[in-house]
Design a binder for this molecule. Structure first.
Ligand code: FAD
Length: 143
């Protein structure tokens, strides 16, 4: 049985390349092993993360527990959790989006302002934004 979880968080310190490298390297290795796919959006301007995780209920819950305890970010806030019939981000062990490079119109479609603030978005709107990013090929593999 598959589930999908979407959360937002604030980086504990300024997001830099070393932080992203360590997160993505660990994610790619662990996620493959545990059947997790998803996308991690990084908004440098707001020092904010927005992430979708998909996989078995056991694997997604275990990973979310690790993520909540990770000292590299705070204010980890659950936006959406659902049982799903199929993966939406199945092509990515952990895809990467730099939200600073996304067309502001895409963010404005789902937000009050053209500046990303996932903490003020509904879970449905956050997921819709992530799906639009997947459809618009904004997601990369961050190799
Ligand atoms: P290790 O990588 O060995 O880590 C052991 C412990 O050390 C963990 O508690 C970890 O929180 C902490 N830690 C590791 N590196 C550092 C560091 N540089 N500074 C401070 N503490 C550190 N993991 C995934 O597997 N998949 C994901 O999709 C994923 N997404 C993430 C998204 C974000 C925004 C963040 C901040 C972390 C993410 N992580 C992800 C990492 C996750 O929080 C755990 O660190 C990781 O799953 C633990 O991997 P591990 O068991 O191999 O232990």
């Amino acid at each position: 049985m598959l589930t999908r979880l979407v959360y937002a968080s604030r980086a504990a310190e300024k997001i830099d390349d070393a932080l992203l490298k360590s997160i993505f390297e660990r994610s790619r290795a662990n996620n493959l092993e545990h059947g997790i796919t998803g996308v991690l959006c990084v908004y440098h301007g707001g020092n904010v993360f927005l992430q979708a995780l998909e996989g078995s209920r056991v694997a997604v819950n275990a990973l979310y527990g690790d993520i909540v305890r990770d000292p590299r970010h705070r204010d980890v806030t659950l936006l959406d959790y659902a049982e799903i019939d199929e993966r939406r981000f199945g092509g990515w062990r952990m895809g990467s989006v730099d939200l600073g490079k996304v067309n502001p119109g895409s963010i404005l479609r789902y937000s009050e302002r053209a500046v990303l603030d996932p903490f003020s978005m509904t879970g449905r709107a956050a997921l819709a934004l992530l799906e639009e990013l997947a459809n618009s090929a904004a997601i990369s593999s961050h190799e």
